[in-house]
Design a protein around this ligand. Structure first.
Ligand code: CP
Length: 340
């Protein structure tokens, strides 16, 4: 059976730790021939700077070749609905796209953000699941409604700063201001990995409208049950920041207004004070700050925070390169084992 990399919850804790160990090793010794002669197709339905460049460069550093495609722009538009009468814009179906790329490539990466019209539809992650269903090679989630590669980079960064055992660390995931309603993927992922690693996790968001999908709140609770640590929700900024060892910031759209964003706008306009600033960071336990990037300075976090020694966002972005190389190696290893 093909093993994909769709969500970190699909990995055992031992597999997760092994990936992080291998990423740390690859960081020390970046060049190799582990993926000699291999190819990876990277499909971007949405823009990217870090994901695209780190995957392309990481593949090259291990001897592989990456092909980057933007369906609907430089490649044909793709239909995802089963049994669709394809009289719209899409020129081909994912069934053929995934199978053809499987003939050319050893791995397929997919970035497909929500359509931002109907959360009940988007939460099913249909594009990623369709590729996983029709592909004959492992599929990597490059960010859909979760961002598992970012999770690994975040985890590696925290391990570098605090050591491998993160239990007992106070972790704050805070909503932050942004003028637009953004994807919940990184927030879903931060909650997932922080609880998986047994930290004392707080989700700070302005009010219950900004709570994450029940699925990810349930995963957080499940992870606490298995890994220890804790998970709580607060809407009080000072309560959230006080004593935190790690502050991870992300902005996202309020799910009750998904697809009807004009309803959220007046509420969002009142929430600019959720910006991460030096006064809030001063409440922490000399805490680290990080963000997945891209980040609008002086909107999501101040210059003072971004330029502070405690900001590890660029370290985390670098670690994308190392963890993704470990993921590509592991998927090829599993695939070879399944074929043997
Ligand atoms: N964090 C991240 O995924 O960055 P990009 O959107 O630039 O790929």
């Amino acid at each position: 059976m093909i093993r994909h990399f769709l969500n970190t919850q699909d990995l055992s804790r031992a597999e997760l730790d092994a990936l992080l160990d291998e990423a740390a090793r690859l960081k020390q010794s970046p060049l190799g021939r582990d993926l000699e002669g291999r190819t990876i197709a990277l499909l971007f339905f949405n823009p990217s700077m870090r994901t695209r460049s780190s995957f392309e460069i990481g593949a090259w550093q291990l001897g592989a070749h990456a092909v980057v495609l933007a369906p609907g722009k430089d490649a044909w538009g793709i239909e995802f609905e089963p049994n669709a009468v394809m009289d719209g814009d899409a020129e081909e179906h994912v069934a053929e796209v995934a199978q053809v790329l499987s003939r050319y490539c050893d791995l397929i990466g997919v970035r497909a953000f929500p359509k931002f019209r109907d959360w009940a539809y988007d939460r099913e992650d249909k594009v990623l699941k369709a590729f996983a269903q029709h592909s004959r090679v492992p599929v990597i989630n490059l960010e859909t409604i979760t961002h598992p590669c970012q999770e690994l980079a975040h985890a590696l960064t925290l391990r570098e700063k605090f050591g491998k055992d993160l239990r007992g660390k106070k972790y704050l995931l805070t909503w932050t201001w942004h003028p637009k309603p953004l994807n919940t993927a990184v927030a879903n992922s931060a909650l997932t990995i922080a609880t998986r690693l047994g930290m004392e996790v707080t989700l700070l968001c302005p009010n219950p409208d900004y709570l994450l999908d029940e699925r990810y709140l349930d995963i957080a609770k499940q992870n606490v049950g298995e890994a220890g640590g804790s998970f709580r929700i607060t809407h009080d900024i000072e309560d959230g920041y006080r004593g935190a060892d790690v502050v991870y910031a992300k902005s996202w759209g309020a799910l009750p207004y998904f697809g009807a964003w004009e309803g959220e706008a007046p509420m969002r306009a009142m929430l600019k004070h959720f910006i991460v600033d030096e006064d809030k960071m001063a409440l922490t336990n000399n805490g680290l700050f990080s963000h997945c990037l891209p980040l609008r300075r002086n909107i999501k976090a101040t210059d003072g925070v971004m330029d502070a020694p405690y900001c590890v966002a660029v370290d985390e972005a670098e670690n994308r390169l190392h963890v993704q190389k470990a993921v590509m190696k592991q998927l090829i290893h599993w695939k070879s084992g399944a074929q043997a």
